[in-house]
Design a protein around this ligand. Structure first.
Ligand code: LRH
Ligand code: MN
Length: 412
């Protein structure tokens, strides 16, 4: 698309003159949807305690209400991820309530997250547990979750397992892999034709010696074994410090096995901090690998962009708005990379110029173009300011303060 006066802003620097292609930014924003986690609105903590927020959501109605606030202010969060035990206490029986709330608040149920880690029976694992009765119970919950997903119209069943061990010699890791393969295969066969199962890996926590699905390779092999409706889910917080996450993303894209992301940020381990708060360039590099793949292949990657954070200190709804606007900014910057020019520099191993293609895009201030995009969609230019002026926070604080004050805070 030839830049003309209307869709570009010209910039001339000593080394380079470049234009901001506003249309490219708007097109990118038009196709970016970000799924919010219901649990991101609830009072959560660490093992050392939980600091209660009077406005926190605890009922599924309140979580839909808060998610709808973020969607109405940003226009890009039409779905909310649900965690079965936390949001659907009656399992399939909770489906009618969820559908009613979805209609009431204009936000659809997103990925369905089974929970085979909280119940006491899962002490030694779920699908990987040496006790066949426990494996059977876990599979039943996973299959129920697939039915819940079908009932509420969700496509993705998002799977995370705490299975593993804390001490060497206490688990047969090869045997447990076989049990996982067996269980995931049975779940796969239980899925509806349009459903997907996303397998999330995590190197450690709560298991501290081995985790059965510890990295992308293990998740990929298990997904392959399970069948064509299985994909890998990349939680950005589930990597060792020095791991190159965007390389993992590029391989999963190449294998057509990348199903989705849980975005958050971290300084040390699975800190679940707000996206882009510690290393925004990391998120940019991930978005760049996806956009470059889509440019090269001419096909849109079928990825679920989801947030998975627990806001232990920040005000929860504001932290979610901050996360979504940060994701939009970093995605818009990645959309500005000149793929032709980059491919040419890569082909010629022009290192400085190739790197500068990314740096130029990353250092571009896309906020004016995003404000223009928001205006064009009848959305507030500054969602955070609009939220603070809406009075919503005061209203829910009054409604929820008493109930939240009574909640348990201590770990033990
Ligand atoms: C595990 C995890 C998983 C969720 C949980 C809330 O660390 O990332 O995706 O189920 O957080
Ligand atoms: Mn996650």
């Amino acid at each position: 698309m030839e830049p003309n006066r209307t869709n570009v802003i010209r910039f001339a620097s000593s080394m380079y003159s470049y234009t901001i292609n506003v249309e490219k930014i708007h097109n990118a924003l038009n196709c970016l949807e970000i799924e919010l986690p219901s649990w991101g609105f609830a009072n959560t903590g660490t093992r050392f305690g939980k600091f209660l927020q009077p406005a926190a959501a605890s009922t599924i109605e309140e979580k839909f209400s808060d998610a709808a606030q973020v969607h109405n202010l940003t226009g890009v969060c039409p779905t909310v991820a649900l965690h079965v035990l936390w949001d659907l206490p009656y399992g399939v029986g909770s489906v009618p309530d969820v559908k009613k709330l979805s209609a009431q608040f204009g936000v659809r149920p997103g990925s369905i997250n089974p929970n085979v880690f909280q119940d006491q029976i899962y002490k030694h694992g779920s699908l990987g547990n040496p006790d066949p009765c426990v494996r059977k119970a876990a599979l039943a919950h996973l299959q129920d979750s697939a039915e819940i997903a079908a009932g509420v119209g969700s496509r993705d069943i998002s799977l995370w397992f705490t299975d593993g061990s804390n001490y060497p010699g206490t688990a047969n890791m090869r045997q447990r892999r076989k049990w996982f393969s067996e269980g995931l295969g049975k779940l796969h066969d239980h899925l509806a034709p349009d459903q997907r199962m996303l397998i999330e890996y995590k190197p450690f926590e709560p298991a501290f010696y081995h985790t059965d699905i510890a990295d992308w390779g293990m998740a990929l092999l298990l997904a392959r074994d399970a069948g064509p409706k299985a994909r890998v889910l990349v939680d950005t917080g589930h990597h060792y410090q020095a791991q190159n996450i965007e390389q993992i993303v590029s391989w999963l894209l190449d294998e057509d096995m990348l199903g989705g992301f849980h975005f958050n940020d971290r300084r040390y381990a699975d800190d679940d901090l707000t996206m882009g708060s510690i290393d925004p360039y990391q998120v940019f590099r991930i978005f760049h690998e996806i956009r470059h793949f889509e440019w090269e292949t001419g096909k849109r990657a079928d990825i679920a962009y989801m947030v998975d954070q627990s806001h232990n200190l920040k005000a929860k709804i504001e932290a979610m708005i901050q996360t979504v606007t940060t994701a939009q900014e970093l995605y818009a910057k990645a959309a500005l990379v000149d793929h032709e020019r980059l491919a040419e520099y890569q082909r010629r191993s022009e290192l400085i110029d190739a790197e500068t293609c990314l740096k130029e895009a990353f250092s571009t201030d896309v906020r004016p173009a995003i404000r223009e995009w928001a205006r064009s969609r009848g959305l507030p230019e500054d969602p955070m300011k609009a939220f603070r002026e809406s009075g919503y926070l005061d209203r829910i604080t009054t409604e929820r303060r008493e109930r939240n004050a009574a909640a348990v805070t201590s770990y033990a």
